[in-house]
Design a protein around this ligand. Structure first.
Ligand code: ATP
Ligand code: MG
Length: 389
């Protein structure tokens, strides 16, 4: 008996003319991600992607976990295949679902017959398979309203498939169908979540991290690498650009008024990130800001940082509470890494009384005490690139 994984496509089914592009991107992603696990055949038909192992020792647990993190998959299920022959379908169902059916009390059978040439209609399939399972598992009863398990028999072009239930997939739309964006990533809780959320909307990612050695350590940078590896399980591979930021920060400290430190620093970050984004073909920036969370995240402060930047800045966490953000960070397994206590360049030279209602002209006036252009040039020249797989 052969087991496969069926992926049900989500929103991408609705995308009209773009559908082919979405589906192709999804297939490519599924193939690429599964290639690390084993040899699989991946093909699509009728809004379903079929993932078939090409040999017996394929790790189906790992494959199922892998597809659970692929955006564009609304739901998935492991299923067994059978020939399109009612007797074979019945025995396959009893054998494949034995463990599941022995552990429950009630079930019902649903049939989906997309191959209309199959000689039995859906109610007949349900009756036949349901009757057979009742015989084989005498402790079971049928409950059509609230069954413990729904056994689904799908009669499709390539064969018949039997499964128990569907598991919710990662949702969203396939990475790469929405263009590319650059996430400003710190070691905190928020920015990895923001990156995950935008990848879910189909954006390919690149990441920029600002480091200020010796105020920030090698270990703090490694922490960001670890975070991005977790994000990459959803977004796919990406590049991380580490920008040396010490000189800019010390310049700000030495030349600008203390209450503007953070704002000016953030404007430098945005400007440099945008430079790198343009250079690498990204069309937007992503940050982990949430309105009112800290002084630099008030409406006024965000206005002042945005003003330096020509491309759209996506802030998917802007309306979320910390608790909601933490919930997602636990789900994507970044939380425990984020809370490790390493310093971030944002916490170096933090002003005692940051401006919460800054006036843009004043910020620019302060920032103009620094000769920005050569500093930015130097920082961009010395960027370090890493591949995150
Ligand atoms: P996070 O939890 O993501 O660190 P935060 O709540 O600590 O966010 P800030 O420290 O004010 O907030 O940073 C706001 C945003 O600025 C971050 O979400 C991130 O996008 C960006 N950012 C902060 N520090 C860095 C850094 N060292 N490198 C790159 N981006 C950064
Ligand atoms: Mg932070």
């Amino acid at each position: 008996m052969k087991e496969i994984i069926l992926l049900k496509l989500g929103e991408i089914v609705l995308k009209g003319l773009n559908r082919k592009n979405f589906e192709d991107t999804l297939l490519r992603t599924v193939r690429r991600r599964l290639a690390k696990i084993g040899e699989f055949r991946v093909r699509a038909a009728q809004s379903t992607v079929y993932v078939e192992p090409m040999n017996d020792d394929a790790d189906m647990d790992e494959a199922a976990e892998c597809v659970s993190r692929i955006f564009g998959v609304a739901a998935f299920a492991r299923a067994c295949t059978a020939e399109k022959d009612l007797e074979k379908i019945k025995t396959a169902a009893a054998e494949y679902l034995a463990d599941t059916l022995e552990g429950i009390k009630t079930f019902k059978v649903e049939a989906k017959r997309s191959d209309k040439k199959f000689p039995y209609n859906s109610p007949e399939i349900c009756n036949e398979v349901g009757g057979y399972l009742l015989e084989k598992f005498p402790d079971l009863t049928v409950n059509v309203h609230e069954p413990d398990v729904i056994v689904t028999v799908e009669i499709r072009d390539f064969g018949a498939y039997i499964r128990a239930g569907l598991i919710r997939g990662a949702g969203g739309i396939p990475v790469g169908t929405g263009g590319k964006a650059c996430v400003l990533i710190s070691g905190g809780i928020d920015s990895p979540v923001a990156a995950y959320m935008m990848a879910k909307r189909g954006l390919e990612l690149m990441a920029v991290h600002f480091a200020s050695p010796p105020y920030t350590s090698e270990r703090a940078e490694e922490k960001v690498v670890e975070l991005l590896k977790k994000v990459a399980r959803y977004s796919g591979r990406l590049k991380m650009y580490t920008v040396p930021f010490t000189k800019i920060q010390t310049e700000i400290r030495d030349k600008c008024k203390e209450d503007y430190f953070t704002l000016i620093m953030r404007r430098f970050m945005m400007e440099i990130a945008e430079r790198l984004a343009v250079d690498k073909g990204a069309q937007a920036l992503i940050t982990g800001e949430s309105l009112g969370q800290v002084a630099s995240q008030t409406v006024g402060a965000i206005g002042c940082t945005d003003a330096v930047c020509g491309m759209p800045v996506f802030r998917p966490l802007i309306g979320m509470d910390k608790e909601e953000i933490i919930e997602i960070s636990r789900k994507i397994d970044t939380f425990d890494i984020s809370i490790q206590p390493y310093e971030d360049c944002c916490t170096v030279f933090t002003p005692r009384h940051p401006r919460t209602k800054p006036v843009l002209e004043k910020v620019i006036e302060e920032q103009n005490k620094i000769d920005s252009a050569p500093l930015i040039e130097e920082a961009v020249m010395n960027v370090k690139v890493r591949d995150i797989l």
